[in-house]
Design a protein around this ligand. Structure first.
Ligand code: FAD
Length: 309
């Protein structure tokens, strides 16, 4: 068995594996797709000390760094089931291919994915005006017009954030009212360069073949189709943690995030979690890496306290 088995190969999982392996303990990493969300990212400008990089380049660097250590790297394998330890003290991860991996400590770092609108243009113009991350891409739209899709807390927070950077923000909400906290709504309504449209179903992202030029929506009250001219669309309709395979084991939040304490430990001793799949606030590369490192150190701390066999 492994001392530490990491599930997930994004920034959190890579950092966890390196920190664990550096303790000289038997470390494994299993990932469906090593690199994670980073592979889908174009420009990265907020990975501190690296002013500019690109996702595939960072993903390669992550893999090279992990391979510098004795980590048993199993890429292209999906974890399908977690069986927490019983008397033998070993946690078990069953893979989709039927194989089973056992470890004294686990670090769950399976990340998350953005919910998409599933309308024409959204995929074509991804990274060409369509984006999901205001912290990452807000500055790219300095002086431009953008829409934020979604009137929950994350959408309204994004609109407030962006209003300080871009020329104009249109917040588009499907429902007939915003769902965000009242204090956020008040802040949003106080801003001069923000327009709020409710009862609006986005039907298409418009573009000129190279980049976004606008947004088409259905006014659900009148039944009319309308268009907005703009350069950017921030989709903020939810982040879905990749935690379906964990149901009934570690405690999940109402949103499906793995609940962790300040040390990264879940509700089950010896099982830790890190990064976007966890309840840690703010989903960013630099945060996921720190969380992965923290979970690995906590896992090591757990191992050295286990009774001597
Ligand atoms: P992920 O990167 O999601 O990695 C999860 C890993 O787990 C993957 O290897 C995946 O294959 C694996 N996995 C999932 N389920 C299973 C399973 N059942 N079994 C085995 N393996 C599994 N952040 C920034 O800081 N700056 C940016 O500029 C930036 N831009 C972004 C642009 C885009 C388009 C996107 C989508 C995200 C961006 N982010 C950015 C956010 C950042 O990518 C994430 O916060 C970060 O990747 C989270 O790392 P993670 O390791 O927690 O999860």
């Amino acid at each position: 068995p492994f001392d530490v088995l990491v599930v997930g190969g994004g920034p959190a999982g890579a950092a966890a594996a390196i920190y664990a392996a550096r303790k000289g303990i038997r470390t494994g990493l299993v990932a469906e797709r090593f690199g994670g969300q980073v592979l889908d990212t174009l420009a990265i400008e907020n990975f501190i000390s690296v002013p500019y990089t690109e996702g595939p380049k960072l993903a390669t660097a992550l893999e090279e760094h992990v391979r510098d250590y004795e980590v048993d790297l199993m890429n292209g394998e999906r974890a399908a089931q977690l069986v927490p330890a019983d008397a033998d003290g070993l946690h078990e991860v069953v893979l989709a291919n039927g194989a089973s991996l056992k470890a004294k400590a686990l670090i769950l770092a399976t990340g998350a994915r953005w919910r998409t609108m599933n309308v024409p243009g959204e995929q074509n113009y991804r990274n060409k005006g369509v984006t999901f991350c205001p912290h990452c891409d807000g500055p790219l739209f300095k002086g431009k017009r953008v829409a934020v899709i979604g009137g929950g807390n994350s959408g309204v927070e994004a609109a407030i954030d962006l209003a300080g950077i871009v020329a104009h923000v249109t917040l588009v909400e499907f429902d007939h009212k915003l769902r965000a906290d009242e204090v956020l709504q008040r802040k949003l309504r106080s801003l001069g360069n923000v327009e709020i449209i409710v009862g609006a179903q986005t039907t298409e992202v418009l573009g000129d073949g190279k980049k976004v030029t606008g947004l088409r929506y259905l006014d659900r009250s009148s039944g009319e189709s309308r268009e907005l001219a703009l350069e950017g669309v921030f989709v903020q309709i939810g982040l879905l943690p990749n935690s379906d395979w964990l149901k009934g084991t570690v405690k999940l939040s109402p949103r499906g995030e793995i609940e962790i304490d300040a040390r990264g430990e879940t509700s089950i001793p010896g099982i830790f979690a890190a990064g976007d799949v966890s309840t840690v606030p703010y989903k960013q590369i630099v945060i996921a890496m720190g969380e992965g490192a923290k979970a690995a150190l906590s896992a090591f701390d757990h191992l050295i306290r286990l009774p001597v066999a």
